[in-house]
Design a protein around this ligand. Structure first.
Ligand code: AMP
Length: 496
């Protein structure tokens, strides 16, 4: 299929081709004819699907083929009426959409501008007063200009609400209602949202008139058969928790993902120190070393394979029982690729993500992509410290903080085995409980209450006849919260 066959003009097809695109994405193939036809549209699509061009291209076409009913009305010096209003939740998205309008509209004569806070009000007001065809705005700044009569929205022919669910999350619904009150009754409405909670459905019900509905299916439907859970944990306690889980549940054949090569190496070494047979594979390892690690893993000589996203892409291992995200990927699609390693061909698979306060944004993006909330849990003894504050993830990667507890990095002597279980484990020996919500993402505050507890405890005798024990954590490593006790075997499962 070509852009031309969707009914776009030469000027637009040329601009798209010059930008390097030859084939419309699925959302574009559906949205472009629908918008050109002039009706309202309700589109379920997230970022990455090509949704922006899906509304920008046909809206530019409509502007170029139809004249504004409000145009100048013969008066000299009258302001160009605003014909299209795109409302976005963030400044970045507003800037991005406006850049796309310039890219795709380069052979047309329309004018556009973005409007958002944090930059000078005066120049925006001046530009609005000169007149502009297309305004891409965040709600607050748009209303400020509307209140000061810098912009007249009564001439808008096409309204686009982009990432409507995110606007809702950010509390913009009252602002959206105020904006809608400034628009003319007769107009075309396009609503894009990755998810459809009740409020969005209600908004769509009020806003849209017999809309065409388009849904782009999530990239991977295997997410349906995989048991997914998030375990909230302190930033510096992930390694201990992972060692403890592997040891307690006697997991083998675990594929663990880290974000960086350095992180993969460090984690594999730390797991080895904890008595777990682990190897890392990533792009810096020779093909020979990677092949050997993979063969060892397949044979069962290695229990844990720690991999980066790129290294894992070429791996041929089917139906793994379990995938662990030691770090959440910053590209949400990578999450789907990662967990797709388990639960293949109808096999029961489990994907566990160890998530600290720094990764809440990544988690939200992933949930938006897969269109579901992943149940949250905590493991008693490893609960995140509520006073732990989010830090930029890339800072950690540059090694500005130890990757895990000081106990491990200082190589303290290990303690005798921690007592296994505390009567809270379930029948399968899985210490998992389902309970009620607590949002780790709400962790704010100052300081970190840290105990001066023990290092991770070696749980000898938990090996599987291989002579290696597994580390179990108890009583708090150097970074443990002060409140932990020996009763660390219970897992409080928490779902949203
Ligand atoms: P969006 O979902 O609109 O944020 O677009 C995601 C990415 O896909 C952007 O980098 C676009 O430039 C790119 N893109 C949009 N349409 C196409 C297309 N037809 N072919 C290839 N890439 C595209």
């Amino acid at each position: 299929m070509s852009f031309q066959s969707l009914g776009l003009s030469d000027a637009l097809v040329r601009a798209v081709a010059e930008h390097g695109y030859t084939t419309p994405t699925p959302i574009q193939a559906q949205a472009i004819p629908a918008v050109l036809a002039g009706g309202d549209l309700l589109a379920g699509a997230q970022t990455g699907t090509g949704k922006t061009a899906g509304f920008v291209l046909p809206m530019l076409q409509r502007l170029s083929t139809e004249s504004s009913p409000h145009a100048a009305k013969g008066q000299r010096g009258a302001r160009r009426p605003v014909r299209v209003l795109v409302v976005t939740p963030t400044r970045e998205l507003a800037a991005q959409v406006e850049a796309s309008i310039r890219t795709y509209g380069k052979h047309l004569k329309h004018t556009s501008m973005s409007l958002f806070g944090g930059v000078g009000f005066g120049p925006q007001a001046a530009q609005l007063k000169r007149g502009v065809d297309i305004v891409v705005a965040t709600p607050g700044r748009l209303l400020d200009h509307a209140t000061q009569r810098n912009v007249d929205l009564s001439t808008v022919e096409i309204l686009v609400l982009d990432e409507a669910d995110r606007m809702l999350d950010m509390g913009f619904l009252p602002d959206i209602r105020r904006i809608l009150a400034l628009l003319p009754a007769k107009r075309q409405n396009l609503l894009f949202s990755a998810t459809f909670p009740e409020e969005i459905k209600a908004l769509a019900g009020r806003l849209l008139d017999r809309p065409r509905t388009i849904e782009v299916t999530p990239p991977n439907s295997t997410v349906d058969v995989i048991r997914q859970r998030v375990i909230a944990v302190g930033r510096d306690r992930k390694r201990e928790l992972l060692s403890w889980m592997i040891g307690t549940h006697r997991w083998s054949q675990v594929l663990v993902f880290t974000r960086t090569k350095h992180g993969a190496d460090k984690l594999a070494q730390a797991l080895e120190r904890d008595g777990i047979r682990a190897q890392a594979i990533h792009g810096n390892k020779s093909q020979g070393a990677r092949t050997k690690a993979l063969a060892d893993f397949k044979k069962g000589g290695v229990d844990v394979l720690v991999a980066t996203d790129i290294a894992a892409r070429g791996i041929d291992i089917a139906e793994l029982p379990r995938v662990v995200n030691y770090d959440l990927p910053n590209v949400p699609e990578d999450y789907v690729h990662r967990i797709g390693r388990t639960g293949r061909a109808g096999a029961d698979g489990e994907a566990i993500s160890l998530v600290c306060v720094d990764e809440q944004g990544f988690l939200r993006d992933i949930e938006r992509l897969i269109r579901r909330a992943i149940p949250r849990e905590t493991v008693a003894g490893f609960e995140p410290d509520p006073s732990e504050r989010a830090q930029p993830v890339f800072k950690q990667q540059r090694g500005q903080r130890p990757a895990y507890g000081a106990g491990a990095s200082q190589g303290r002597p290990r303690q005798p085995a921690a007592p296994r279980g505390s009567g809270h484990a379930d029948a399968r020996g899985h210490d998992r409980r389902h309970a009620q919500p607590k949002e780790a993402s709400r962790a704010h505050g100052q300081g970190q209450a840290r105990g001066q507890g023990h290092d991770a405890h070696r749980a000898g005798g938990q090996g599987r006849g291989t002579g290696h024990g597994h580390t179990a954590a108890r009583g708090g490593a150097a970074h443990a919260t002060a409140s932990r006790s020996g009763d660390s075997r219970r897992t409080h499962a928490k779902s949203r």
